[in-house]
Every structure is written in structure tokens, then in C-alpha cells.
Ligand binder design. Structure first.
Ligand SMILES: CC(C)(COP(=O)(O)OP(=O)(O)OC[C@H]1O[C@@H](n2cnc3c(N)ncnc32)[C@H](O)[C@@H]1OP(=O)(O)O)[C@@H](O)C(=O)NCCC(=O)NCCS
Length: 181
């Protein structure tokens, strides 16, 4: 029987489930993080999408409508953040489905989607995925702790060393700005 993928909004029952699922693979993702996402979603500042396979939690992504990266703030570019698919569900097209939905949501409010990707090996797959989907560097350089890194500077290759990418979206509807206030 074919497996059924569902992409839906984060709900009240998800924070414990998601945190436990990542704990199960040795990743410390606290329940509080997903409760905060729920609160952000209620406030209209973030959209959180969850992927399930036959009803089982498999991954998620969020769209931050109020990003803090300076170029995205200046250009009013919504930022796709915190894309994660559990290892047991990878290479099944779930990140692709999550990003399809995230971009669809963004295209209702903005003609450009943004994303920040880490540069260390943990992000190798994500870098390839975003390039395949048409994301290109924003041309501003690499940031470390939200500051642009100068040529010749020494930085640690950790989660805070980030390259920001953007993608021009094709309209799925008219670009009337109805982004959450
Ligand atoms: C990156 C990640 C979200 C991809 O999830 P996924 O559901 O496996 O991705 P998909 O199945 O939709 O893959 C889509 C494409 O991405 C690329 N890709 C994904 N995983 C890959 C891998 N292990 N090796 C090479 N390419 C890969 C391929 O181009 C793939 O297309 P293909 O399967 O037709 O070759 C997942 O590996 C993950 O959660 N990684 C850790 C967290 C992370 O890096 N998040 C991104 C934060 S910016």
C-alpha cells in the first residue's frame, strides 16, 4: 500500500512529539522551541509546517515572516528557517514537499524567498537541495553571528557561519501584501 504524506500546520499536540522524535536520534531539541513556534504562529510572525508519513511525524520547516538578517529585513524577504527531516525519512522527497508548501505560502506575500544555510559538513545535503531548487547566494557575503565576515578573518566553522540565499518565486496568485502583521 502507498505511504501517505501529509503537510499540515503545526498544532498543539506537536511540540512534545517533535522533541521526543529528535531526542530519539540524540538531538537536543527542547519542547519549548516548538511551543515558541506555536506562539509565533498564533501571533502571525511564523508559519510552521509539519510533514507526516502515514500519520507519523517525519519532519518540519518554518517560515519566519520577521527575519532578523539585515538584508532580508531591508528587502522584506521572508526567511525559510529550521528545515529538518528525521534521518529515517530522508531521500523520500519530504524536504521537497515541505519547501514546495513553504514557497507557496511565501509567494502569496512576496516574490522572493530567503534562506540561510550553514557552511559546515552537517549542511552538505541542504546546500545541494537549495541549489537544486534554484536558490542563489544573495551576493552580500558570509555572516558569523549575524555580522559579515571580512576577507582574511578567522571564524569557527559552526552553526553560526551562514550563507544567505534567495530565490525568485513564480506567482501562484497576485502579489497583494497580506503578510501577517
Ligand atoms: C537537508 C534535508 C532537510 C533533506 O531532506 P530530505 O527529505 O532527505 O530531502 P529530499 O528527499 O526532498 O531531497 C531533495 C534533494 O536534495 C538533495 N539531497 C538530499 N539529501 C541528499 C544526500 N544525502 N546526498 C545528496 N543529495 C541530497 C538531492 O538533490 C535530492 O534530490 P534527489 O533525491 O532527487 O537526488 C535533510 O537531509 C536534513 O534534515 N538534514 C539535516 C538538517 C539540515 O541540514 N537542515 C537544513 C537547515 S538550512
Amino acid at each position: 500500500m502507498a505511504e501517505k504524506v501529509e503537510i499540515r500546520a503545526l498544532n498543539d499536540g506537536d511540540p512534545e512529539t517533535i522533541s521526543a522524535a529528535f531526542k530519539g536520534i540524540g538531538a537536543g531539541k527542547p519542547v519549548a522551541q516548538y511551543r515558541r513556534y506555536l506562539a509565533d504562529q498564533m501571533a502571525g510572525t511564523r508559519t510552521c509546517l509539519v510533514a507526516t508519513l502515514d500519520g507519523q511525524f517525519a519532519g518540519y520547516v518554518t517560515v519566519n515572516w520577521r527575519p532578523t538578517y539585515c538584508w532580508f529585513v531591508q528587502e522584506q524577504i521572508p526567511e525559510i528557517q529550521d528545515l529538518n527531516v528525521l534521518p529515517g525519512f530522508r531521500r523520500m522527497g519530504l524536504a521537497t514537499r515541505l519547501l514546495d508548501r513553504a514557497e507557496e505560502e511565501i509567494s502569496r506575500h512576496s516574490s522572493v524567498a530567503g534562506i540561510g544555510v550553514g557552511l559546515h559538513p552537517g549542511y552538505n545535503q541542504a546546500q545541494k537541495l537549495y541549489a537544486t531548487r534554484g536558490y542563489i547566494p544573495d551576493g552580500r557575503g558570509v555572516t558569523y553571528h549575524d555580522h559579515y565576515v571580512e576577507e582574511g578573518a578567522s571564524v569557527v566553522l559552526d552553526d553560526d557561519l551562514v550563507l544567505h540565499l534567495t530565490k525568485r518565486l513564480t506567482a501562484t496568485s497576485c502579489f497583494v501584501d497580506r503578510s501577517p502583521q
